[in-house]
Design a protein around this ligand. Structure first.
Ligand code: COA
Length: 331
């Protein structure tokens, strides 16, 4: 099968966020912080927190149902489910298998994919390969996170930044010249230590009895991650545009990973791309990791900011370190 025989696009989008809203004001009562600090340093005003009985699969199922409906694809037509998450229900079975059962996708293979906050981009690119080669016709890609479970709610340097949510897309063949025009994935394991979930695997296993500094909480060197993010957003844009043979003026909307408004503003300035051409909703959800790009994408579509024929640039970056981008001509 030669490249580009089948054009692959996004046929439907869906998202779900838990009902509970945690505002900056609420956080003021929990840690030594202020609405003003969080707003000026991150742009975040509030985030969603999953209910005690909600896990990544519960959020993912709700987003998946909406994406299937939006794509008008039946569950049994899905050949593959890829769930990008850093907060699976458990190590095994995969969250993708749990979702496969709940959605009645009786003909689908299913696996989880771990690439930190770049997980959705990685999963989208993997899905594209399956459809393009004819191995699969329809692939359900879900980013779902319950990050509130792995936050140390006594650590003000991390707990104010993240939130819970899920976003999903159905990928499949598209007619004409639309769909994914180019993609780019990258990694830099030398920076692995900058953003980790220690004590969560075979290096140091989970342990309910462990002292707080040995528990599975997000650990991050914020300043270093900030510099990394700014560097790779720019690099990913240049790489993927070159692969697509496009100029940045050809991009109608950028949908970047929503980690911090200052990272996005920095990018806007460096790339000379006005903020009007960049989707942001970090103020409402904080950083939802693998869910953030599809959550922002769905909102952009609802706001009528993406029309048929538009070139949309998706960018992700996160733990690994990993980063990536894809340019999609909307059908
Ligand atoms: N409320 C109030 N003060 C806080 C605070 C909070 N929630 N968190 C940190 N501070 C304090 C620090 O203790 C520090 O105090 P000090 O000067 O007395 O030591 C001060 O604020 C400045 O902290 P600093 O870490 O220099 O702030 P910053 O401008 O670098 O912003 C981040 C911190 C985390 C917001 C920023 O580094 C960031 O966004 N990094 C990227 C994170 C990210 O996107 N991660 C996910 C990638 S996928």
């Amino acid at each position: 099968m030669t490249n580009r025989m089948v054009r692959v696009g996004i046929l439907g989008v869906g998202s779900y966020v838990p009902e509970k809203v945690l505002t900056n004001k609420d956080l003021e009562a929990m840690v030594d912080t202020s609405d003003q600090w969080i707003t000026t340093r991150t742009g975040i005003k509030e985030r969603r927190i999953a209910a005690v009985n909600e896990a990544a699969s519960d959020l993912g199922v709700k987003a998946g149902v909406k994406a299937l409906k939006d794509a008008a694809v039946a569950p049994e037509e899905i050949d593959l489910i890829i769930v990008a998450t850093s907060t699976p229900d458990m190590y095994f079975p995969s969250t993708a298998c749990i979702i496969q059962d709940r959605l009645n996708c009786v003909n689908a293979g299913a696996f989880d994919l771990a690439a930190g906050c770049t997980g959705f981009l990685y999963a989208l690119v993997v899905a594209e390969q399956f459809v393009r080669t004819g191995s699969a016709r329809y692939v359900l890609v879900i980013g779902s996170e319950v990050l509130s479970r792995i936050l140390n709610w006594e650590d003000r340097t991390t707990c104010v930044l993240f939130g819970d949510g899920a976003g999903a897309v159905v990928m499949g063949p598209v007619p004409g010249e639309g769909g994914v025009l180019a993609s780019y994935l990258a990694s830099e394991g030398s920076g692995a230590h900058l953003l980790t979930l220690p004590c969560s695997g075979s290096r140091v296993p989970f342990g309910a009895e462990a002292p707080v500094n040995h528990r599975a909480f997000i650990s991050m060197q914020g300043k270093e991650v900030f510099k990394f993010a700014v560097r790779v957003m720019e690099e990913a844009t240049e790489k993927v545009l070159a692969k697509a043979g496009l100029d940045k003026e050809d991009i109608h909307l950028v949908v970047p990973h929503q980690a911090n408004i200052r990272i996005i503003e920095h990018y806007s300035k460096k790339m000379n791309l006005p903020m009007e051409r960049i989707m942001t909703n970090v103020d409402k959800y904080g950083n939802t990791s693998a869910a953030s790009v599809p959550l922002a994408l769905e909102e952009a579509l609802q706001q009528g900011r993406i029309k048929s024929g538009d070139n949309v640039l998706l960018i992700g970056f996160g733990a690994g370190l990993t980063w990536g981008a894809a340019v999609i001509k909307w059908v």
